[in-house]
Ligand binder design. Structure first.
Ligand code: SF4
Ligand code: SF4
Length: 149
């Protein structure tokens, strides 16, 4: 019963597609090796310079590499010794909300060994059985017309 209420709340009130479970292990991996996506993944320092004017979070980042996906950044607020955020209490909303399901929607993944998990609220089995049921209902309603040959 509680499970169904939770599911309803997440799906139809919060409009979520994933449950977030687990907890932060304070490993700092999500503050390293970051790609920045603004419409597309940022590829050049020139593009990034323009982006910095849009949100102060971007001014924390520095380029550490470039690969086939785009520029790779690291946050300068990450303490390299402790792997803790130096501005933890004042960290921006994007960091407070990490990991959000929008990350997946944008094609991102969780940092390796992250303590969180994002699990689909509607499992694959549920989706599959709904599609199957719809197919059966459509057949009953005569949507799949048999040819005479
Ligand atoms: S501000 Fe802090 S939490 Fe946010 S990316 Fe930088 S180090 Fe990580
Ligand atoms: S990668 Fe996950 S566990 Fe590690 S600091 Fe980020 S949120 Fe926490």
């Amino acid at each position: 019963m509680f499970k169904n209420i939770r599911k309803f709340f997440y799906l139809y009130i919060l409009r979520k597609k994933y449950y977030r479970t687990g907890e932060c292990k304070a490993c700092g991996r999500c503050c390293q090796k970051i790609y920045v996506k603004h419409k597309d993944v940022i590829q050049t320092e020139e593009e990034f310079e323009k982006l910095k004017k849009l949100h102060p979070f971007y001014t924390y980042l520095k380029v550490i590499d470039k690969d086939e996906t785009g520029l790779v950044f690291e946050c300068q607020n990450l303490d390299p010794e402790t792997h803790r955020c130096k501005i933890h209490k004042k960290r921006p909303g994007i960091c407070r909300r990490y990991p959000q399901e929008e990350l997946f929607m944008m094609g991102g993944t969780l940092a390796e060994h992250c303590g969180y998990k994002l699990e689909p609220i509607i499992s694959f089995d549920e989706v599959f059985s709904k599609v199957k049921k719809r197919g059966e209902n459509a057949k009953t309603a005569g949507i799949f017309k048999k040819t005479d040959n």
